[in-house]
Design a protein around this ligand. Sequence first.
Ligand code: FMN
Length: 377
Amino acid sequence: MSGQPGPHANPIRDSTNRIKLGVFATNGSGAAFTFHPDRFVPTWDANVRLAQLAETLGFEAFVSAAHWKSFGGDGHYSGDLMETFTWAGAVAAVTRRIGIVSTVHVTVNHPVFVAKAEATVDLVSNGRAGMNLVLGWYPPDMELFGYKVKEHSDRFELAEEWIEIFDRLWAGRKSFDYSGKNYQLKAAFSQPHGVQTRPVLLNAGRSPRGRAFAAKHCDIAFLSAHNPAPSALRQQVDDIRAEARENYGRDIQIWMSAYVVLRDTQAEAEAYAHDYIVTQGDDAAVQNIIHHNAIDTKSMPPEAAARLAYNLKAGFAGYPLVGDADRIAGLFASLSAAGVDGFLLTWLDYEGGLARFGRDILPRLEAAGLRAPAPPE
Ligand SMILES: Cc1cc2nc3c(=O)[nH]c(=O)nc-3n(C[C@H](O)[C@H](O)[C@H](O)COP(=O)(O)O)c2cc1C
């Protein structure tokens, strides 16, 4: 088992590793909300080092996040987030194997622009481009463009038109007129064309409508992963996979996002997590996120509200991979057994964290038959 795709396959979609891995959100300050000094500073040099290290380790994906305004007011660190197509083109130029994913707000990025931008990344990367399609939930992101956050069903109605237009532009060899509720296009056409038949598409919809969108159009859907018991996730995984297969005749991958805190002992990992999440956590930023999500924490039991804030500060509500190497490798094995195909990973200290992950976790996943060793450069 080589774990790597053939010459024209996409490194993410076509990997044969049972557990596929991506690094998430290094175009910005990562996924944690904290004032801890180890918090990632998203310089371009650090992005180059991380993309190249992830590639050397055999990771399948290097995935950006997209927001237009910070979560903590003007100048807050969470606003330092590089634009995702510009970033992807540059990452493509300094890597050779890894899949590169631009997160795209379909509600503000016109499909005509996106078809050209994504084709450019696909050409620069020789067929390694992908997109994480997000619909926009954070009001300041939309108001900056002069829009309101659309009602949930209206967002998905727009997304259906958007993906139809994108697909026709990507694959089409003839211009077309389009008249929809959200878009009117005349003689729509996009050149140059990309290398792939279609870029790999991710969508993290969690609502029934969001899940249906991912099942119908995307290659990778995401689990709602707040419940820490891997066995409890099996049903969710099966449901999403079955929805794609039965309703749309498609086989999709199911991934989850997870934050990693790896130390020599469980106690050390938990102490470090407590320090960055609780002692030095950025409570104002997460309360702002909760407020803008219209989540009424007052109507929640206090423990549930506190848990939500904790999960957001820890790693934007990703799954906790906290502990020593054996425990983390064991969690990967249980989540894989529950049917999870891949993980978008975040760290507080990405550079030290990814290097250590390569030393301590990857050999364990290989020994367990969950990943093949990275191919030689
Ligand atoms: C792994 C992951 C990454 C996400 N990245 C972004 C992002 O970069 N920008 C953004 O606006 N939303 C992002 N989201 C939010 C989702 O796009 C979406 O709003 C959310 O999952 C709710 O889905 P729903 O509309 O079906 O309820 C992300 C969600 C997940 C789980």
